[in-house]
Design a protein around this ligand. Structure first.
Ligand code: 5AD
Ligand code: FES
Length: 351
């Protein structure tokens, strides 16, 4: 019985990979509603109806990697490349602070121009100007030594999606220069250093099977991350996956619900990709157990250059517009955005 499996997941916070696969394969609208109700209840036990805001600052779209799915991959000669200066980044934070953001996510491609020295200077500058704010880094794979240096400079959180927990599937999404083993190692190192860590994966990426998704869920069980970012795969026209179909909002939402049951206190964003594939995607993500939204704080003139996939929403909007749009969207489904750092309620055991 499928509902019993969901009850078991709620009780034990874990299932076997076969059980996850069965739930995913056999899901229905009715089962989803059963799951989402539980997910909302658990989320409200930990976070009430609060929704945490993260201000996303896309500070470079240069990238040395060549992921087959990503619009800012190195081989995309049509991408207009840009980098923000420290002053521009601080300006985004300034505006974000005024709008009530207390977490800034510095996200970028893997760009060697941003050396440890440069990054540390940026982290220190943000921390000294906004001591009550959290900094999240999302800049890909670096050495443990570098990760430690950013942590010491004041970055406390790190997002690094594992993309898929199956090594063969990983190699279908990435060139040989990238491996799942190295991605996982980075995640464990980040955790060990003491970061609040976020992993995550795309839903419906080319070649993905139910068994792959079950592995993703098992990996979450093992890593016990503080945050999990998932969103549908959406093709980008200048990538090898241009002609591949998108993932669905429906499956993404079901997985969000499962993740909330598995990791009751997890920080779980209703992502921009989910809002792109479905105009009500972010609201539905919150109603499936999500508790975070990450509006864009990047300067307007670079927004349409940070395109990981086609038809990305909000590329023409000012930060203030997104802030108010999100506030209204959350209110209309019974939740409210809060002015808070929104730290994880799970602390690292080893740190
Ligand atoms: N569709 C959906 N998500 C994508 N990402 C990158 N390219 C795409 C795409 N085409 C996601 C990856 C990455 C995050 C920053 O964006 O999961 O980790
Ligand atoms: Fe950007 Fe709605 S969040 S316009």
């Amino acid at each position: 019985n499928l509902k019993q499996l969901i009850d078991t997941l709620e009780r034990d916070q874990k299932l076997s990979s076969e059980e996850y696969a069965l739930l995913i394969e056999s899901r229905s609208a009715e089962l989803s509603e059963y799951l989402f109700e539980k997910a909302r209840r658990i989320r409200e036990q930990h976070y009430g109806t609060d929704v945490y805001l993260r201000g996303l600052i896309e500070f470079t779209n240069y990238c040395k990697n060549d992921c087959y799915y990503c619009g800012i991959r190195r081989s995309n000669k049509n991408a207009a490349r840009y980098r923000l200066t420290k002053e521009q980044i601080l300006f985004c934070c300034e505006e974000g602070y005024r709008l009530g953001f207390r977490t800034f996510v510095l996200q970028g491609g893997e760009d060697g121009h941003f050396s440890d020295t440069v990054l540390i200077e940026i982290i220190r500058a943000i921390k000294s100007r906004f001591p009550d704010c959290a900094i999240t880094l999302s800049i890909g794979e670096r050495t443990a030594e570098s990760y430690r240096a950013y942590y010491e400079a004041g970055a406390e959180r790190y997002l690094l999606r594992h993309e898929t927990a199956d090594p063969d599937h990983y190699s279908k999404l990435h060139p040989e220069s990238m491996t799942l083993a190295s991605r996982k190692q980075c995640l464990w190192e980040l955790k060990q250093i003491g970061y609040q860590v976020g992993c995550g994966f795309m839903v419906g990426s080319p070649g993905q099977t139910t068994a792959h998704l079950a592995s993703d869920l098992i990996f979450l069980q093992e890593l016990q991350p503080q945050m999990v970012g998932i969103g549908p795969f959406i093709p980008h026209h200048d990538t090898p996956f241009a002609k591949e179909p998108s993932g669905t909002a429906e499956l993404t939402l079901f997985l969000l619900g499962l993740i909330r049951l598995m990791l009751p206190a997890v920080l779980l964003p209703a992502t921009t990709a989910l809002g792109t594939i479905d105009p009500m995607g972010r609201e539905k993500g919150i109603l499936a157990g999500g508790n975070v939204v990450m509006p864009n704080l990047s300067p307007r003139d670079v927004r349409d250059k940070y395109l990981l996939y086609d038809n990305k929403i909000c590329t023409g909007d000012e930060a203030a517009e997104c802030r108010h749009c999100i506030e209204g969207r959350m209110n209309r489904v019974g939740y409210q955005v809060v002015v808070a750092r929104g730290d994880s309620k799970l602390i690292n055991q080893e740190s």
